[in-house]
Design a protein around this ligand. Structure first.
Ligand code: UDP
Ligand code: MG
Length: 136
């Protein structure tokens, strides 16, 4: 069953730095995800830590927060049918080495930490993440 959803996408610092934002947006648009709102921001480490707090017990948490706050990011609200799972599919696996052909992470990811994009993993997290960036 298809449902109209919104999800949050982040073009991470490694990809913004390499000017990949437009290429990544093009992949979304070609796959019927429209960009409803977007903004380029540079998070503080504290803001990154708040955003990624679901990962606070993980060994990579500190490095992840340092990385996300290391440079500008592009945050986007994507909208479309089944936007949450469709975006995850277009992103590919967390580790670019394991990502399917033609996914964003396969095309552009450098490593498991510099993997170019973030995408909400559930509808509930999409709502929380959209609120985090756009509704305060
Ligand atoms: N990450 C990492 N090392 C790991 C696992 C994850 O640096 O062993 C980073 C990676 O950048 C990933 C982010 O932490 O995108 C969040 O991890 P998650 O498991 O939620 O992956 P995602 O949902 O981004 O695919
Ligand atoms: Mg995740």
């Amino acid at each position: 069953m298809s449902k109209l959803e919104q999800t949050l996408s982040i073009v991470k610092p490694d990809a913004v730095e390499r000017n990949l934002t437009e290429n990544i947006k093009t992949i979304f648009l070609k796959n019927n995800l429209i960009v409803k709102e977007s903004k380029k921001i540079h998070l503080s480490k504290e803001e990154a830590a708040e955003f990624y707090k679901v990962h606070q017990s993980k060994p990579f948490y500190d490095a992840l927060c340092s990385y996300l706050s290391s440079g500008p990011i592009m945050v986007m609200i994507l909208e479309g049918e089944n936007a949450v799972s469709l975006n995850r599919k277009l992103m590919g696996a967390t580790d670019p080495k394991n990502a399917d052909e033609n996914t964003i992470r396969k095309l552009y990811g450098i490593s498991i930490d510099k993997n170019s994009v973030h995408g909400s993993d559930s509808l509930d997290n999409a709502k929380r993440e959209i609120d985090f960036f756009f509704r305060n």
